[in-house]
Design a protein around this ligand. Sequence first.
Ligand code: LLP
Length: 430
Amino acid sequence: MIDPPVAVTSSQLSQVYPLGARVNESGHLEIGGCDAVELAREFGTPAYVVAEDDLRARARSFVDAVAARHDDFDVLFASKAFPCTAVCRVLAEEGLACDVASGGELALALSGGFDPARIYLHGNAKSETELREALTAGVGHIVLDSLHDCERLERLVAELGRVQEVLIRVNPNVAGTTHAAISTGQADSKFGFALDQAPAAIARVRASPDLQLVGLHFHIGSQLLELEPFRAAVRAIADLGDFPVYNLGGGLGVPYTVEQHSPAIADYVEAVVGAAHDLLGQGKRLLLEPGRALVANSTVTLYTIEGVKRNVSSWVAVDGGMSDNLRPMLYGSAYEALIADRATASPTERFHVAGKHCESGDVIVRDVPLPEPRAGDILVTPATGAYGHALANNYNGVPRPPVIFCRGGSARVVVRRETYQDLMRRDVGP
Ligand code: LLP
């Protein structure tokens, strides 16, 4: 036994695992009423397992929290966090609108049933093709990121003889505390118009006969665990004029480990909507754009342990890795892990959970206490719903995992596992 022995507790489950996660009578982890060990047997591993009720509950938490404070609003799902038709469909059913940042995300949002009028197209390097696709689909709003973006859209809209509603992305020069790679609000950024350039951009778009400027947008970064930067960003854009619409971005962080604490959705909403009321005035249309906070904790990844090894450290090797979760490698992100077969067993030792890829950096979790892991056990990492499937890749020719929705004890595959044939799908010629 290691000291202190830390078997998973129900409060730990409720903190980082999906809503309703529990340990069942067999001592197995259960997600959405489904036994994780049986899921692994039925669908194979690695697999992303989503508790559908968790997705729905978080969507409702956002909507209810804003509705309690403000009449005219929309909550946009930042679809980059989990770009998948089925996730879009659930969140569209829950009444959310959608943020897309590419033609591909637009296609997924449409296939998931989002009303094009409630889709917002973002992007610092939108292509002409993507702009045309958005106009053809009838996307409600396009968020302008540069003067070139503005001029090109103006030309395309004029060709169609219409007027397009747009927002301007402003960089508020407010950076929260997060990994540098996902901080976007600092002055030196590829995103949006600098604060001192925003007035000219606003005047330019206001003068356009083809574009109708309805408001401003900012997004200062991602995995933010403090609320003050959101307020500071609202303050920074408040002097740029009076607009009917303000998109206050996403960025609310989530707990990946039991040591991490994130603001509750209601507290975040209270902070940003409160700041908007204080600093932007009443009667505005407010848009929030969460990605991670909607989807991260809805999902766990199931892996099979392929081997255990001890040298300087103790290692558990699993059948996935940086092809299904790139976040530890990109941002040094920490995760929890447990053995689904013995979910409450006391840990015996600390392990690094390594993936199957041909790089030493392919380590999914470091120093995690586990109870005598052995080959064939099902290892689970929670909080993989945001930017897991989204960043998945085929390194080492590894097919990407399926996405499985669980609800009330029933499981259904919503994205199938890739096959080796899929790896050759784009080959041309003999
Ligand atoms: N709105 C805009 C314009 C964004 O660029 C993003 C995220 C969001 C909303 C949603 O942010 P969220 O609520 O999910 O923090 N791959 C990184 C995260 C990159 C976020 C990019 N933009 C990660 O895995 O941490």
